[in-house]
Design a protein around this ligand. Structure first.
Ligand code: PLP
Length: 457
């Protein structure tokens, strides 16, 4: 028994937990929100309230909550081989099969892609750390020791370990952490609605972004830049869809300057955009792909980094001389995570969840547009597949109308995410969501917006 046995969970939480990405002041004042159960698209709080989870956790519970197939796959794998490390060439069946399956899936669904190997980790952040380390490794092995800076974008979110947080282009995540640190450059956020000049078309906006990218490379020197990192759709930045022609033009610039492309598909991987990968949706040809979240639908913390053939050949050719690649984690390739990931891919395939995301994406955007799109507080409603954003407009800089509405939305029984960079609320339900659930969620959000009006005006 400890001293907290007789006090409520609420008080125990306040006295013992250090919450990630949370305000200590808010928790001290209001306490935590405690969840107890979840099934499908619904989550339940300790108060008994059930809510439609239009965030799929943090864009991650792609197959929905409480799927027995994944639970069973995990339990069986744990019973058989509860752990196996992968250092020194050790291996295990589920992980071998998962690597093979991911390569096949990417090859089949991303035309022109050329992925050679898969490295496993534990989180989206460490996948991006791995990507940066491999860029450094690659260019050192190629005799280009100065070619290591990474270009990211303002508004990007790539995670919160020291390296990943430096890549992240949202100032709030840098405050008091001495970030972004050295070796990272942030170019203009490719968000037409937010950053185009008056009257600037999407195509003209893309022209400007590409010119700025070229100027940045010329200023820094192409020989100092190792890679460009991009989410196919910027999630946490505000569900920011790439402007017309953007990725084809970026790719051309990178190819010309021998700069690698890291596709951060931590959100967009596994069906979110209505295709298996965002690289397929937007025509990226990456050298490294970071995957996490939907890989296991968050039933197990696992990430994957896919590496292109041109990088792999450099590693392999140097191997006899360099010896072991001294990078990896205790849980890299965890067989239990791999078994859950395989079951997750089976469920997604059998139930046609990627097609469901493609079919219901327009329904989600229409449902939001028709309910809240016309109000004077909302400037833009947009989306692709099952990731949509409602952007508020016309408020003074620094105000957070979307956060006020999100609180009311919770009371109305719908969980949304009020994002930190632009005043955007995101909707990214599990990919098993039905049309009826989408309509109900949009209706509840509309009710929340109406209830919030007196606080917004
Ligand atoms: N990359 C992207 C695009 C993300 O959205 C996230 C998390 O939201 C990450 C990386 C970091 O993943 P994790 O929180 O698992 O470290």
């Amino acid at each position: 028994m400890n001293e907290f046995t007789n006090v409520s969970l609420d008080r125990m939480d306040r006295a013992s937990l250090f919450h990630p990405v949370s305000s200590i002041h808010d928790i001290t004042t209001h306490g935590p929100q405690i969840y107890t159960d979840a099934k499908g698209v619904e989550v339940t709080r300790d108060t008994g309230q059930t809510l439609l989870d239009m965030g799929a956790g943090l864009w991650c519970v792609n197959v929905g909550y409480g799927r027995t197939e994944l639970v069973q796959a995990g339990a069986e794998a744990m019973q058989k081989l509860s752990f196996q490390h992968f250092f020194g060439g050790a291996s295990a069946e589920p992980t071998i099969r998962l690597a093979d399956r991911l390569l096949g899936l990417f090859r089949e669904t991303v035309p022109g892609s050329d992925m050679a190997r898969v490295f496993f980790g534990n989180s989206g952040s460490d996948a991006n750390d791995t990507a940066v380390k491999l860029v450094v490794y690659y260019n050192n092995l190629r005799g280009k020791p100065d070619k290591k800076k990474i270009i990211s974008r303002q508004g990007a979110y790539h995670g919160l370990t020291m390296t990943a947080a430096g890549l992240t282009g949202i100032a709030g995540y840098h405050t008091a952490f001495d970030l972004p640190g050295k070796g990272v450059l942030h170019t203009t956020c490719p968000h037409h609605f937010g950053f185009a000049t008056p009257g600037e078309s999407e195509a003209a906006f893309t022209d400007r972004l590409i010119a700025e990218l070229e100027q940045m490379i010329a200023r820094e020197g192409a020989d100092t830049i190792g890679a460009f990192i991009a989410e196919p759709v910027m999630g946490t930045g505000g569900v920011l869809l790439p402007p017309e022609g953007y990725f084809a033009r970026v790719q051309e610039v990178l190819d010309r300057h021998d700069i690698l492309l890291i596709a951060d598909e931590v959100i967009t991987g596994f069906g979110r955009t209505g295709q298996w990968f965002g690289s397929g949706t937007y025509g990226l040809r990456p050298d490294i792909v970071s995957l996490a979240k939907g890989l296991t639908s968050a039933y197990f913390p696992m990430s994957a980094s896919m590496i292109s053939t041109r990088m792999w050949e450099v590693f392999a050719n140097a191997s006899e001389k360099t010896g072991a690649v001294m990078h990896g984690f205790t849980y890299s390739g965890h067989p239990v995570g791999a078994a859950i990931a395989l079951a997750n891919l089976d469920v997604m395939t059998r139930e046609g969840m990627v097609d469901n995301a493609a079919r219901l994406g327009p329904v989600l955007v229409d449902a939001l547009q028709s309910r809240v799109g016309g109000t004077p507080h909302v400037g833009d409603v947009r989306g692709v597949g099952l990731m949509a954003g409602v952007e508020f407009a016309g408020f003074p800089a620094g105000s957070a109308p979307h956060k006020i509405v999100a609180k009311h939305a919770m009371q109305a029984g719908v969980l949304t995410r009020a994002l930190p960079y632009r005043p955007v609320t995101s909707f990214s339900p599990p990919l098993c969501v039905t049309e009826a659930e989408i309509i109900e969620a949009a209706t509840r959000y509309d009710r929340a917006l109406k209830a919030a009006m007196p606080e917004l005006d």
